[in-house]
Design a protein around this ligand. Sequence first.
Ligand code: NAG
Ligand code: NAG
Ligand code: NAG
Ligand code: NAG
Ligand code: NAG
Length: 636
Amino acid sequence: MAVALITLAGLAWWTLPFYGATSESSVRSKEEFGWDQITSSQSLTYHDCFHGFQCARLEVPMDYNRSDGQGRRFAIAITRLPAKVPVTDSRYGGAILVNPGGPGGSGVAQVLRGGRSLQTTVDAEADPNVEDPERISQDKYFDIIGFDPRGVNNTTPGFSCFPNLFSQRNWELQVAAEGMLGSSDDAFWRTWDRAIALNTGCSASLTMPSKDGEEALGEHLNTPPVARDMLEIAERHGEWREKQGLAGQRQHDRVHGYDPRQTLVARTRWNQGQEKLLYWGRSYGTILGSTFATMFPDRIHRAVLDAVVDADKYYLGHGPNPVEDADAIFDQFTHYCSAVGADNCPFYVPGGPTAIREAYLALEDTLHNRSLPVRSSATRGPEVVTWSDLKIILRIAVYQPMQGFSLLAKFASELAKGNGSALADLKHGGRSPSCPSSQCLQAGPWSAECQVPGHNEAYSSTAILCADAEYLQSTGEEEFRHNWETLREDSSMIGDYWAGLLMSCVGWNLKPKWKLTGPFTANTSHPLLFVSNTLDPVTPLRSARKMSRSFPGSVLLQQDSEGHSTLAAPSVCVHKLIRKYFQTGELPPPGTVCKADIKPLLGASPTAQERSAGDQRLYDALMEEAQRMPIARLPL
Ligand SMILES: *[C@@H]1O[C@H](CO)[C@@H](O)[C@H](O)[C@H]1NC(C)=O
Ligand SMILES: *[C@@H]1O[C@H](CO)[C@@H](O)[C@H](O)[C@H]1NC(C)=O
Ligand SMILES: *[C@@H]1O[C@H](CO)[C@@H](O)[C@H](O)[C@H]1NC(C)=O
Ligand SMILES: *[C@@H]1O[C@H](CO)[C@@H](O)[C@H](O)[C@H]1NC(C)=O
Ligand SMILES: *[C@@H]1O[C@H](CO)[C@@H](O)[C@H](O)[C@H]1NC(C)=O
């Protein structure tokens, strides 16, 4: 499997190039969709895009507190996977907004890759085109809507921390070569100084208004205004639905004669100022969800918060570290590897899980002392494989064991034999060419022409995280070293990685305009559904329990698997309960625990054969979604 690697200030973001890569060139064929073909507007106006999807650019004020109606605006990029029934159909269930996590993840990309699977989960099982008068009144079918939050991917205005992509790529190569926090004694100050170099310049340019008296982009990228944007999308969806209803009614009346009750109009009416949110957010997306629920508790219709982040920890740094369960996931790796043996786990050594653990730790040690030279090949130049590279594979393994345990077993076994060629190929495959486009060359460094949407994902992540978690901007060396030490105590596997993430806000100097200090608690108009895994590397079950306590009536559904979010392993049981929640509003009984249908390395459980046709479709959709999702690039 080919996986790409980008590292930044001690952090690693991974992507499968065949899904994540975007074209460098801005040249595109006439038929191809481009966001710049859409004029933004304050109402939702959809255009066909990406074969079977619809796209819109919704204008929102940068600063919602500006009462004069003036000021800069964002155009939020929105992609809708249309429901399987018309909006005027009584079975239309509304639009479910989704967020993939991040911060900095693209909801547009999530819907393009995984929208159909999400829809298979939430929609009624029956085919809407097969008439079954008995069911018609109950079954619901949903739109799935992804949006790029402020500062992310296709939402404009965008930003870049670099004059052009060429300089960004050079920077990233150097970061990768230097190694992550913990890789050497030098790594601390080098990473720290890189964070300062990058962040002082980037946050300064984001604080600078383009003209006098105008909003500064960077002060409006944090999560509370994004939650307000979600409310705006829900409202504008109501407005759009009403328009569809009016048009549908006119059409109906022309064909069937005037309907005195105006059923379609009544069904689709915009409840102005009262439209409610349907939402499914993962990881950082649960921060967005709990922020929304805190700010607009009476505007929740359904909200699934999947891989639950502790909001007090995220925003304020209060409470225990989130990595407490990561090492237990590594232990699962050693157990499964030991159980399946050398045929299915190349890193297998006899002597049980303990022996495998020791072999792995010895490998880490060896690579920490000495990197591994890899000679050039027919397809790439020479490389050096390092401890940091192995730690990145390990991080993928604990986030996404289904793909990651096999990767870890493969690479670790080769490295243990002194063979770094496959890992070198992987590193090489993650690099993309970086020639500035001719438009960029013409317009000059820092020009808008030099920005390539989607390529600043890592820096969007930083901009949002550091504005949300202001306390990270002012952490001093001593305090940082102390926090780092506690992270390593809590997880020898990913403590360094997480510390590197926290270090990525050093030198960032920017105060957001609209802040929320908590408490993150509310009585919501409909109870929230929290979902978390038994063992999650960065959003432990403990956080989900805590957040659920803060939202009365909410229920925590536990998926008995390891990894990050419900995507980590397919569970038909979990997804049927999520479907029921969206279909009827009904929550699972408190304390519900669902099994995953597959275990990493071990494979499918024997019950697989007993699935009904409907369950099998759901299972296939989950497997497909997991495969189409890029390997975890963003921290949350
Ligand atoms: C790594 O280096 C240290 C210090 O030189 C040494 O004590 C240790 O044995 C080395 N470990 C390995 C696995 O080579
Ligand atoms: C190193 O591993 C690759 C597969 O990843 C294999 O093709 C190659 O033969 C190995 N080299 C040696 C010297 O064993
Ligand atoms: C940005 O959005 C485009 C669709 O316009 C998508 O293909 C691409 O993968 C997204 N980029 C990222 C980094 O998510
Ligand atoms: C914006 O207005 C809201 C209420 O209208 C208020 O709660 C909030 O503090 C204001 N924020 C700023 C930055 O003025
Ligand atoms: C929720 O409602 C209960 C009962 O009315 C009340 O005691 C509690 O304070 C409310 N919580 C919040 C956060 O408003």
